[in-house]
Design a protein around this ligand. Structure first.
Ligand code: BDR
Ligand code: CA
Length: 313
């Protein structure tokens, strides 16, 4: 199997961090060409720094990290310190990074990488608001047909919303960007809350990370303990959801996921339902399918994979 070449576009975030670690631990399946940071969970100055902290935790200072857009296309930034803490990576105490931030803008890196590789060979993995990806598509429309696939965490259908009653955070923060991405014509696979709310870090799963007895295992246990800690109360579940690693797990074990190829459109005007992913799960319209929208996950298989791969770091 040849490793899939990917760009991780991210706003770390503890769950983003675990998604990145899973990718870096899986070189047979995934080659990370670069990491592009975007404003989201916390402002850009922190997300680009956090991305470098994670690369250093994985001993992968060779991965180029780029800073991208610091605000959504048309709206003020909404952040989520209430979920991720002040730094975005609250939980473990990790050293400030010493690896450099690349000089180029993340959007230019995305464009150049897609242009410099054969068409259909580079996959984009957005784990945050879609501002960088949409800006790249607007600036360089020629890249859309060159994208192998966009595998993203965002949206919801049955679970509806987490930041508002109708919207999931990543899509809500920059709905105009999401709209551009979902209309781009590139093949899209979506990991919505319907899937990620099944990836629950129960106590035994958190204990398994800690039991790895490594710096990475300990850091992941502390991060997943901190992150979404209100969710257990909010949803009455016995663990908090680990959203973004669903994206990188899908690249390694697509068989763990199931969903439907359907039409998905983004609400950009209604105040009440702004950022809603209007997913035609039941096929009640004749709007053309534009995304594979996942609905189910083998959670035990997912955590077994994650723990086994993190043990390598
Ligand atoms: C998404 O929002 C962020 O808080 C997480 O990192 C994840 O990408 C979940 O709605
Ligand atoms: Ca994220």
């Amino acid at each position: 199997m040849t490793a899939r070449k990917i760009i991780i576009d991210t706003d770390p975030g503890q769950d983003d961090a675990v998604a990145i670690l899973l990718a870096l631990a899986s070189p047979e399946e995934i080659e990370v060409l670069g990491i592009t940071a975007v404003a989201g969970n916390v402002p850009l100055a922190l997300t680009q720094k956090n991305a470098r902290i994670i690369c250093e935790l994985a001993n992968r200072t060779d991965i180029p990290v780029f800073a991208g857009c610091d605000a959504p296309l048309k709206r003020p930034l909404v952040t989520a310190e209430h979920v991720h803490g002040k730094t975005g990576l609250d939980g473990p105490t990790l050293p400030d990074p010493s690896m450099p931030l690349q000089d180029a803008h993340a959007v230019d890196f995305i464009i150049e990488t897609l242009r410099n590789h054969p068409a259909g060979t580079v996959t984009l993995c957005p784990l945050g608001p879609l501002t960088n990806i949409a800006t790249a598509l607007e600036k360089a429309p020629d890249i859309a047909p060159r994208i192998a696939e966009i595998v993203l965490m965002g949206g919801a259908y049955f679970e509806v919303g987490n930041i508002t009653p109708a919207a999931e955070f990543n899509i809500y923060v920059d709905p105009e960007a999401a709209d551009i991405v979902f209309r781009s014509g590139a093949p899209i696979t979506v990991m919505p809350l319907d899937v990620t709310h099944k990836a629950l870090v129960t106590k035994p799963r958190n204990d398994a990370f800690r039991a790895l007895g490594t710096q990475v295992g300990e850091a992941v246990a502390l991060m997943t303990d901190f992150f979404e800690r209100f969710d257990k109360e909010k949803y009455g579940s016995d663990g908090a959801p680990l959203h973004d690693p669903c994206v990188t797990a899908y690249l390694i074990r697509p068989d763990l996921f199931s969903g439907r190829h359907i039409n998905v459109e983004i609400e950009t005007t209604s105040e009440l339902t702004l950022g809603m992913t209007v997913a035609d799960w039941w096929g009640v319209t004749d709007r053309a399918a534009n995304a594979t929208f996942m609905g189910d996950l083998d959670a035990d298989g997912f955590f077994a994979l994650l723990t086994e791969r993190l043990a390598r770091l």
